[in-house]
Write a protein that binds this ligand. Structure first.
Ligand code: FAD
Length: 316
């Protein structure tokens, strides 16, 4: 079922979460360990993130360096199918532009259609570690907007290099939104205009980057509505659980901790102190969002299903 229909048919806030595929070589149990603790809260859908290849340099016998492409985590098609089969929920594979030609993207979408996947999250992807800026594949999609256009074309039966009209897909398309601005955007206004283009091209819902200050989400929603973005805007939340998160999360995800939170985090000496502050903050944030009738509370587990569970059991 489509995320837009789940939201339309629900009179209360829905719980959902995303998982990261386990490292290459791990089995289905590694996926279940992250999902099982959260199933009692009945998520109707689970997102599966996509992780593109990385490049490494390997020294050869002749002393020269050889550039090799290493994919550390499997793609999303197989894992989405496994989740749907095992848990009888909808899986939402994340699809990115980076590393794919449009033809490869089309093949993946065709596979997803056969598997009965109704939703995809269409993203550009970040620059790879060895590059400063995002470089699209030659004949790949450059922006999430281009990927949405490709999916929307398929939804109307238009496939690549094919003049005839084919059986259309019917994907419900999600996109990313950034309450604190995407790090490359000139300002929030231009970023919102680009978000509006994604919605005009066919996006049915928006999932936000994680944030720790609910007022930033509420302001973001107000600004979206004021420029005519009408689709549901799903808040993304991530529990803070380690001392490392205190510097990593703001740096990597380009977000600010509100002062009330940073004051408490500065008092922490151990991971377990941080976990307690993160738990209390996560509960408080979630409660306020539910009170304000957000359509879904979407949690980034990042392999920490238990930390999410400890918050969610106070909410759902
Ligand atoms: P876009 O919407 O293409 O925007 C990228 C930048 O370009 C923005 O600054 C935007 O303002 C600008 N822009 C957009 N359109 C145009 C245009 N037409 N002309 C000029 N500028 C434009 N990454 C992964 O690799 N795998 C994942 O699974 C993943 N999941 C995510 C889930 C969520 C909910 C979020 C919020 C992010 C996720 N990301 C993931 C990270 C995401 O790929 C990065 O943030 C990436 O840098 C931008 O992706 P986007 O889809 O927002 O890009």
């Amino acid at each position: 079922m489509k995320v837009s229909d789940y939201i339309k048919n629900s009179d209360k806030t829905i719980f959902s979460f995303e998982i990261i595929p386990p490292l290459k070589g791990a089995g289905i149990n590694a996926i279940c360990e992250g999902i099982d603790p959260l199933m009692e809260f009945k998520p109707p859908f689970i997102n599966v993130t996509y992780h593109r290849e990385e490049y490494q340099y390997k020294k050869m016998k002749n002393g020269l360096l050889k550039k090799i492409s290493v994919r550390k985590r499997p793609g999303t098609v197989g894992i989405s199918a496994a989740i749907m089969n095992r848990y009888n929920v909808d899986a939402i594979p994340h699809m990115i532009c980076g590393g794919f030609t449009k033809e490869e993207t089309e093949s993946a979408l065709i596979d997803l259609k056969f598997l009965g996947v109704d939703n995809v999250l269409a993203l550009r992807g970040d620059p790879i570690k060895t590059e400063d800026v995002f470089i699209p594949n030659s004949n790949g999609n450059e922006f999430a907007l281009d990927l949405i256009n490709q999916i929307s074309d398929m939804n109307e039966g238009r496939y690549l290099h094919d003049e005839t009209k084919n059986a259309s897909s019917n994907f419900c398309i999600g996109v990313a939104g950034y309450p604190e601005k995407h790090f490359e955007a000139m300002n929030l206004t231009t970023d919102l205009q680009n978000l509006k283009k994604k919605v005009a091209a066919g996006a049915d819902f928006i999932v936000t980057q994680m944030f720790y200050d609910n007022s930033k989400y509420f302001e973001f929603v107000d600004k979206c509505r004021s420029i005519g973005i009408k689709v549901p805007i799903i808040p993304g939340l991530k529990p803070i659980t380690t001392l490392k998160h205190i510097s990593f999360l703001p740096k990597f995800f380009h977000l600010d901790f509100p002062e009330e939170l940073s004051t408490e985090l500065l008092k922490c000496k151990t991971d377990s102190d941080v976990k307690q502050v993160g738990l209390e903050w996560g509960i408080k944030q979630s409660q306020e969002l539910v009170k304000n009738n957000v359509p879904v509370l979407h949690y980034y587990t990042m392999g920490k299903g238990i930390a999410v569970k400890n918050i969610v059991k106070e909410i759902f």
